[in-house]
Design a binder for this molecule. Sequence first.
Ligand code: SF4
Length: 228
Amino acid sequence: MEKNKEFFVAEILKWYEKNKEFYPWRSENDPFKILLSEILLRKTDRKKVAILYPQISEYIGSPIKIVNTDLKKLEEFLKPLGLYKERARQLKQAAEFILNQFNGRIPENLNDLLKIPGVGRYTANAVLCFAHKKRVPLIDANLIRILKRYFNLTSNKSRERDDRLFWEFISDIIPPDHTKEFYYGILDFSNQICRAKNPKCSNCPLNSYCSYYKINSENFNKKILIKK
Ligand code: SF4
């Protein structure tokens, strides 16, 4: 791997080790609970899911528990997360499908995972990575933003997350022994440092090789001088 890519991966892992955020699903080994948390995390603040997680795990933490829960009760239970009607219906369908088609077990291959109602490519790959420890690309807006800034990548696709450029690029750099930590690192790094607005470039451990920082460093230095 090129030096710049090696540096990027090593620094993300190092940064994550010191600055990781703790969420209960990150230490989870049960593939169904990992799938469930991925579904609930869509369009939802992670902190809200974290607060409800102990109850989620206990009361609806398996396909059979969801199937046996009345739809209205499930909706009530999911209300604090928003989109509760849609989510409750989706969880019911997914749980029934998993029970009927896979005997309650979460498949370990992409094709079967994609058959589960409500499971798209990102969620399927998240399950493969976080539950089954597979080295797969996990492309979302945060990762794309960081890659574009750091490596100066550009995409002309209207839906950037489908651009082969990012899939191939990330497939090349995912660290085989720390895939999970790398993606959680990217998530937390994008939340704390390389934010969509006002990235903290001056305090960023990647800034010595970051293209965005190089291009904008004159402006950053001016801002620092003005503050002084
Ligand atoms: Fe993101 Fe700025 Fe760090 Fe580059 S230097 S990776 S743009 S925070």
